[in-house]
Design a protein around this ligand. Structure first.
Ligand SMILES: [Cu+2]
Length: 201
């Protein structure tokens, strides 16, 4: 004779399963869309090495966010500027060109001044900003940064545009060129110590 489980036990199991499913669904920002990686190498110093991982997730609100986790060894102790540069090229490190920011320069207005569609004077959402400094202690540094100013998936903010993108780690810290007195050559970190081309996994 097959024993039928008591109704209350079955009901409990169903309730727990539903709770587990609900818990998975309700976890915030955990829908991973795409991941990417960059192997970091010294521009001239072969003892510098590192790795960056990038993970694009969808928040509960439906916003794409990219979380960058960077680890590096061999840099001098102290703070170093980290940016995503506009070209997937590291040889030489200058080939990575300028900072990734695909919008038209100098448009701080939130949207168009006119009614033309498509408008050509909208910089939003290209006010991407730059990444934060990495701090190196006893030759090792790590940094984590989350941004909704870039995506790995296709779109106007993608890092995988026509010529790709790279990380550059600079010799000095980024002052973020924040104050009038900071607005001078080198305020974004100066020369380039390391580079890594961002590649989709
Ligand atoms: Cu830079």
């Amino acid at each position: 004779m097959i024993e039928t489980p008591p109704k209350s036990a079955s009901t409990t199991w169903v309730s727990l399963s539903a709770a587990a499913v609900m818990a998975c669904i309700s976890l915030p920002g955990h829908a991973v869309i795409l991941t990417a990686t960059a192997d970091i190498k010294g521009c001239t110093d072969a003892s510098i090495s590192g790795r960056a991982t990038l993970r694009e997730e969808m928040t509960d609100e439906g916003i794409k966010e990219v979380t960058i986790h960077l680890k590096v060894e061999g840099l001098s102790d102290g703070k170093h500027a980290v940016h995503i540069h506009e070209t997937a090229a590291c040889e030489p490190c200058g080939a990575a060109k300028g900072h990734h920011d695909p919008g038209p320069f100098g448009q701080t207005r939130p949207d168009s001044a006119g009614d033309t569609v498509p408008a050509t004077d909208i910089n939003h959402p290209y006010h991407m900003g730059d990444l934060i400094n990495i701090e190196v202690k006893r030759g090792r540094g790590s940094m984590r940064h989350t941004s909704n100013r870039m995506t790995l998936s296709a779109g106007r903010l993608t890092l995988f545009d026509g010529d790709g993108s790279s990380f550059i780690i600079h010799t000095n810290e980024d002052t973020y060129c924040d104050q009038e007195s900071d607005l001078k050559k080198g305020c974004a970190g100066g020369s380039r110590d390391a580079c890594g081309i961002i590649k989709a996994d």
